[in-house]
Design a protein around this ligand. Sequence first.
Ligand SMILES: [Fe+2]
Ligand SMILES: [Fe+2]
Length: 351
Amino acid sequence: MKDLIDDNTTDMAMEETLISPRFYTTNYKELDKIDVSRVRSEWDPLVEEMRSDPNKTHFKKTSDWDDFDFENLEPGLRKEFIDFLVSSLTSEFSGCVLYKEMKRQGTNEDVCELFSLMARDEARHAGFINDALREANIAVNLGFLTRKKKYTYFSPKFIYYATYLSEKIGYARYITIYRHLEKNPDSRFHPIFKWFEKWCNDEFRHGEAFALLMRTDPKLTSGINVYWIKFFLVAVYATMYVRDHARPEFHKAIGVDIDWYDDKVLRMTTEISRQVFPIEIDHDNPKWLIGLKRVKRDMLFYAKAKQTKGFIAFLKRIYGASRLGISFVRLYLIPAKKNKVPTTSRLQPSY
Ligand SMILES: [Fe+2]
Ligand SMILES: [Fe+2]
């Protein structure tokens, strides 16, 4: 097997583009002030479930882990699959770092316990992906990543919106792939997909926790904040759309039509998010898909312009950035649908 240097893969995880997963930091003191008494009756059972650790023994290679040789993959697929693993690992680990830091800095018992349970899960998820990467003689240096990757500051409420969505979208992605491969086992080209079902239940629970955190304060999901919620919905959905469309070989290998897959995952996320968000994306508005395609086109143009140097490239970058900005605003301006939020939010993963 060809020996790849770890540094290359760590570089991939270090990469900062508009669509690559980021590391976040926040105002931990403010987060520490949360009072969960308003949602206590839903909070306690959720934390209890997480404490019981249903996935304690799940993230271990068992006899279900078939032998796999990365060298047998077509080069295009190999590149995209490694990219998929590294970007998933970066997101998982980004959650781990954020949650662990809260646990370290906070004093609020409820919040600290929740965040330490979530950090436990994300550390396992990241570690498991790294185990898979090791079979290609590559691994991401997580310690290096923690120290060197750039951190984006988000105030706690933005962390709630962004993280809630990424946990729920993570659930929807993993379960959609899992269900599809359950029906089409011949397309399951790597054993890691077999682990997705129980795995995504962790993400579902994390999303539940953020839904409850948002419900501790009604201001977080009303008034001006509804505009912020819409911003995060559009940004997170568009990012996923662009990122997935950049991996045609990977989706072909698992036998998934990317447009079908993204539509399914985004609609599922929207359906789940009705538990807490007062608005939802109108997936049936034909302008939505047209808008997504436009953002994808402009993001590719901008990314390409960023790779080249010189004056012309500089002009192209400015042009690309403004065109992308306009396309994003147009997507944002598509009217959202109103949603009546239920009095309790707890859901079970049922897809
Ligand atoms: Fe995770
Ligand atoms: Fe998670």
